[in-house]
Write a protein that binds this ligand. Structure first.
Ligand code: NAD
Length: 249
């Protein structure tokens, strides 16, 4: 029996990178996984691999997010875990001097507003159950001046951290745990595409990782499974850092 046996777990951004690795890990631990992605092909592939369910949704769209969680509960009877992970890091979000308002608003909408929407529409269900675990993906860049230049991205993840703390405290007595995950640089398409555009940036970043390497998506998935499971039952409103030592250095 896995730690997530028969739990119903929703993963957003399930088609790639950290989301995909977590889909596999959740399934290996016994969960019924609902894979959500705006990219239907990738999301469906992930769901098929674990005999899970695919739901196409843009997590920045309130009607889609409401339908997502209401639908999951209608079909599965409950929702135990929400891994709010979908996010973007577009190359046009760079120095504040070059980041246009459109790029800023798009990043905030997909990375931060989406977390607000997912929490808003999953919490009523978890409240009824008297139990639930929400994990919001932030980043190490929200904990330090990481000199990544990505101003909207960094701000968007700071918002996720603050929102997570607030919700964790607010719902602590109702059995709903809300934690934030702060990955360091992880070798996923999101990061690799950014570094392909600017290889020097990759080298600069690597210098600051005490372990001297980028993380693998599976190393984040292991942490998410812990936060999703009852093994982390006394954790809420926390920032869980998995970064190869960057923020400790
Ligand atoms: P990724 O690009 O490999 O995967 C992201 C997935 O989210 C994709 O499948 C994409 O289609 C989906 N997605 C994007 N916008 C969406 C939307 N509006 N609605 C639904 N799905 C959408 O990225 P990743 O590296 O696995 O990143 C996952 C999360 O981890 C992001 O929130 C990212 O900011 C965060 N993160 C990544 C790193 C890293 O180094 N890779 C570090 C810290 C935090």
């Amino acid at each position: 029996q896995g730690r997530l046996q028969d739990r119903v777990a929703v993963v957003t951004g399930a088609g790639s990178g950290i989301g995909l690795a977590t889909v596999r890990r959740f399934a290996a631990e016994g969960a019924r996984v609902v894979c959500v992605d705006i990219d239907a092909e990738a999301g469906k592939r992930a769901a098929d691999e674990v005999a899970g369910e695919f739901v196409a949704a843009d997590v920045a769209d309130e009607a889609a997010v409401r339908d997502l969680f209401d639908g999951v509960v209608a079909r599965h009877g409950r929702v135990d875990v929400a891994f709010n992970n979908a996010g973007i890091s577009p190359p046009d979000d760079d120095s504040i001097l070059e980041t246009g308002l459109d790029a800023w608003e798009r990043v905030l909408r997909v990375n931060t507003t989406s977390v607000y929407l997912c929490c808003k529409h999953v919490i009523p269900h978890m409240r009824r159950q008297g139990k639930g675990s929400i994990i919001n993906t932030a980043s190490f860049v929200a904990l330090m001046g990481a000199a990544t230049s990505q101003i909207a991205y960094t701000a968007s993840k700071g918002g996720v951290l603050a929102m997570t703390r607030e919700l964790g405290v607010q719902f602590a007595r109702e059995g709903i745990r809300v934690n934030a995950l702060c990955p360091g640089p992880i070798a996923t398409p999101l990061l690799l595409e950014l570094f392909a555009k600017d290889p020097e940036r990759a080298a600069r970043r690597l210098v600051h990782v005490p372990m001297g390497r980028f993380g693998q998506p599976e190393e984040i998935a292991a942490a998410v499974a812990f936060l999703a499971s009852d093994d982390s039952s006394f954790m809420t409103a926390a920032q869980f850092v998995v970064d190869g030592g960057i923020t400790g250095a």
